[in-house]
Ligand binder design. Sequence first.
Ligand SMILES: *[C@@H]1O[C@H](CO)[C@@H](O)[C@H](O)[C@H]1NC(C)=O
Ligand SMILES: *[C@@H]1O[C@H](CO)[C@@H](O)[C@H](O)[C@H]1NC(C)=O
Length: 464
Amino acid sequence: MEKDIRQPLLHADAELRPSSPPRWRSPRQIATHLIVLLSITCFAFYSLNFRPFARTEQIPSGWLERCAWRDLSPHIDLLDVAPITRDEFLQRQSILAAALDDAGVDAFITEPSASSSYYANISTSFELSERPFLVIIDKDAQFSYLAPKFEVGRIAGLEMVYKDKKVIEWPEEKSPYDVLAKATGYKKIMLDEHARFMIATGLQAAGIEAIPTSQTIQSLRAVKTEEELRILRGINGFTLQLVRSLQKCIKIGMTQESVVTAASRLFGRAGVGKSFWAIVLFGDQAAYPHGGSSGKTISRGEFVLIDIGSKLHDYGSDVTRTILPDGSKVTKELMDVWYTVQAAQAAAIELMNVNETCSDVDAAARKIITDKGYGEFFTHRLGHGLGLEMHEHPYLNGANGEKLRTGEVVTNEPGIYVTSEQAKKLSLDVGFGIRLEDPILVSNQDGPGGIVMTGSRAKSPYEP
Ligand SMILES: *[C@@H]1O[C@H](CO)[C@@H](O)[C@H](O)[C@H]1NC(C)=O
Ligand SMILES: *[C@@H]1O[C@H](CO)[C@@H](O)[C@H](O)[C@H]1NC(C)=O
């Protein structure tokens, strides 16, 4: 869609080129020609690189990416973090086994999911079909799986982690659940929360009682180890640096799509582009927390909301900043709203200690926003757990009486969203959406509050 930026230069060149025969006669004329040529080149250069872009089509494709990369590339070593080791996978299996024993169940059963990824390195890239492939860890830490007989070869090729394995094959002419019951003798199992209903009913029909994942076992995955925290710090820290590098280069007139494209390429250049996602919203489009229509360009006086992430070793990043391009200003009222969101985030971080209740943390952020009169415009929960899943336990919302545990990583993302329609009633010119989000590590002592996994919080719309 963007025009080739070299076009005008070529035209200028062509006009300058004398028609044959060449009529250079004196050194003076040659010098004049050179000066004219130089002036035009300088002007073209100036208009491409230094003048704030007035129209979208003047922004060369790839310019934003190149500009941001200069700032971002020194931070690439943030991603230099080791993946989860075999020992840690085996450790997870034995911790799970002990918890199953305590709970009085024979085994934990999951389909390919974040849980199978967590316990045995079997990711969801093995897609679910109507034929069950079940990953099993029992109370003696025995790893096994139930697989369709004709798929056994393909499944054996996965990079699973186990001490030793038992394979339970089910032929097409038999019920997989009857085969499982007969092979294991299980009476009662705990089923992963993402397992499908047909798995639960199939097991029950074969005489195996299936119970939902307990909170204790859920929290094994919610509480992060040092290895996991290093990965989460790496990818979230890098993601924030990427947003900062974009802020330095975004110009009035750019489209939302050009920002998304640049961001995607920046993650790609850093080697973590595969799971990239982004929500980029300008001005009143951000009044809808998850989107607006495409094609909009940034105008002066509009915030840019960037909610963005990717994955490193299967662990996700999730960072939001609401920024202003350098030189762009919003009204004092809008700046005040920005600082209200910042204060709400701070109030909740202070509470993100062990044993604080999820609903209380949500309420702490909400109170700051409500006191400023924007309570009804903070329309979503405060945050969610982050790890192998982009949204996982625990959830910071008003209905969750669960207590935080040391080592959980939870996003803290207050926002205020006012549509242009609603703005009129508040005597504001135009709608807007402002959100600030950092993943926070729940701290182990009372008092200091959570630890910011991106490295630092936003200081202003110009210092994200
Ligand atoms: C886990 O699987 C990935 C591929 O999905 C592989 O690169 C990695 O080495 C595996 N980890 C272990 C500890 O085997
Ligand atoms: C958190 O609560 C649990 C159970 O109520 C208690 O055993 C533990 O000591 C508490 N932790 C802290 C740091 O207060």
